[in-house]
Design a protein around this ligand. Structure first.
Ligand code: FE2
Ligand code: FE2
Length: 382
C-alpha cells in the first residue's frame, strides 16, 4: 500500500530537528511521499510571530536542506495556512484521507506531541485515520502506546531537542542560531523577521554603547531563562526593551514621568535627587506605547529592573540579574552575581540587589525607598 507521511507544525521558524525528523521518516519509509503542512496556528500555542506567508517561505527554504533526493518526495501543502483559522489534526487527516483514499497515513511527530495527544481534539478519530511515526528525544522516556491512541512506531535513534521558542528568542537578540534550518537565516534577514524591526528602531534611538548593552542584557536574559526554565522569548523581549527609555536626558525624565502620570514611588524626591532612576518606568511606558508590547509580565520586568520591588516575579528577578551581570559589565562584584546566577534566579537577584545597594552606600548616595523595601522583602519571612 502507498504511504503518505504527514508532517505538520507551526514552523515558526523551521529548524534542524524538524529536518532531521523528516529525513529519518523518509529514509525509514523509502517509498513514501511526505506532505508538510505549516499550521495557520497551532491550537496548543499562542499566535506565531512570523506571518503565514513568511512561515511558508521559510519552510520551503528549509526543505531544500533535505537534499534533492529526499526533497523530491516532499510536497509543501499550504492548505491549513490558506484556511486562515485554527485547524485540528483530525480535519487535515480527513482531507488527506479524501484526497488519497488508498494511502496509509503516517503522522510524523516528536515525542512531546505524542505525549500531548490525549489533549488533542478527537483523538479517537485521529487514531482511526492514521498511524504515528514518533522521534525520541535524547534522555527522555520512551513514548508508549496506549488504549485509544493511534498505532505507534518509533523512529530509530534520537532527535535533538530544539525549541522554536528558544530559536525565536535568540533571533530576537540578533543571534543567528546554528539550529536554524539551512537557508532560512538569509530569508529571516531579508524579510526583517523575528525582531529585526524592533532592533533597528532601538539601534536608531539609543547610543551605540547603550544598544550594545541592550543586546548583551537580552542575550544574558535568554541564557538565564533557558538555564532556569523560564520563557526565553519573554526574557529576550524584556532584555531588549529594558533601557528603551534611556535615550532621554535625565532632566527630561521627570517631566516625562509627570506628563504620562507614571506611578513612581517617591516621584518628587526621585526627580530631584536621582532622575535617571526614572528610566525604568519610562522604558515600560515606551515598551507599551511605542513598541506595542502588552504582555504584563514583560512590562513588569522592565519597570522593576532598576529599583526592584517588594514583589518580584521570576521574570522580574531574571531581568534584574541579567542587567547587572551581562558580559559588558565589569564592576567589582559582577563575578559574584554571575556565580550566583549559575545557582539560581533568586540567588542571582539577591546578589545583584546587594551589590547595587552596597554601591549606593559606598558612594554616600540617596537610597530610593523602593529599593530598601525590595531588599527587606528579599529576606523573606524569617
Ligand atoms: Fe536600566
Ligand atoms: Fe541596563
Amino acid at each position: 500500500m502507498a504511504e503518505t507521511i504527514v508532517f505538520g507544525g507551526s514552523f515558526d521558524p523551521p529548524h534542524r530537528a524538524h529536518l532531521a525528523l523528516l529525513a529519518a521518516a523518509l529514509r525509514r519509509r523509502p517509498r513514501a511521499r511526505a506532505v508538510v503542512q505549516p499550521a495557520w496556528r497551532s491550537p496548543l500555542k499562542g499566535l506565531p510571530s512570523a506571518s503565514a506567508a513568511d512561515r511558508l517561505a521559510l519552510t520551503r527554504a528549509a526543505l531544500t536542506g533535505l537534499g534533492p533526493a529526499l526533497a523530491r518526495r516532499v510536497i509543501l501543502d499550504p492548505w491549513e495556512l490558506r484556511r486562515g483559522r485554527v485547524c485540528y489534526t483530525f480535519e487535515s487527516l480527513r482531507r488527506l484521507r479524501r484526497l488519497r483514499p488508498l494511502d496509509d497515513l503516517l503522522f510524523l511527530a516528536g515525542a512531546d506531541s505524542w505525549d500531548a495527544l490525549p489533549k488533542w481534539r478527537r483523538p479517537a478519530e485521529v487514531a482511526r485515520l492514521c498511524r504515528f511515526l514518533v522521534g525520541r528525544r535524547p534522555g527522555a522516556p520512551v513514548p508508549r502506546p496506549g488504549r485509544g491512541l493511534p498505532a505507534l512506531e518509533l523512529l530509530p535513534g534520537t532527535f535533538p531537542d530544539v525549541s522554536s521558542t528558544r530559536l525565536r528568542a535568540e533571533l530576537l537578540c540578533g543571534l543567528e542560531p546554528p539550529e536554524a534550518a539551512p537557508g532560512t537565516l538569509g530569508l529571516i534577514r531579508s524579510r526583517l523577521l523575528y525582531g529585526s524591526t524592533l532592533r533597528g528602531r532601538l539601534a536608531r534611538e539609543l547610543s551605540p554603547e547603550r544598544f550594545a548593552h541592550t543586546l548583551a542584557v537580552a542575550r544574558t536574559a535568554v541564557r538565564l531563562a533557558v538555564r532556569h526554565g523560564l520563557d526565553a522569548e519573554r526574557a529576550a523581549l524584556a532584555g531588549l526593551l529594558h533601557d528603551c527609555g534611556r535615550a532621554l536626558r535625565p532632566e527630561a525624565m521627570a517631566a516625562y514621568a509627570r506628563r504620562r502620570r507614571l506611578r513612581v514611588g517617591a516621584l518628587r524626591e526621585t526627580a530631584r535627587r536621582a532622575p535617571l532612576l526614572l528610566h525604568a518606568h519610562i522604558s515600560e511606558d515606551r515598551a507599551w506605547r511605542v513598541y506595542g508590547v502588552d504582555d504584563p509580565a514583560v512590562l513588569s520586568a522592565v519597570r522593576k529592573h532598576t529599583l526592584a520591588d517588594a514583589a518580584m516575579s521570576p521574570l522580574d528577578r531574571l531581568l534584574y540579574a541579567a542587567d547587572a551581570c551581562s558580559h559588558d559589565r565589569a564592576f567589582a562584584g559582577v563575578a559574584r552575581i554571575r556565580r550566583a546566577a549559575s545557582r539560581g534566579l533568586d540567588a542571582a537577584y539577591r546578589e545583584a540587589l546587594r551589590v547595587k545597594l552596597q554601591f549606593v552606600l559606598r558612594e554616600d548616595a540617596w537610597l530610593h525607598p523602593g529599593a530598601a523595601a525590595a531588599w527587606n522583602a528579599s529576606l523573606g519571612d524569617a
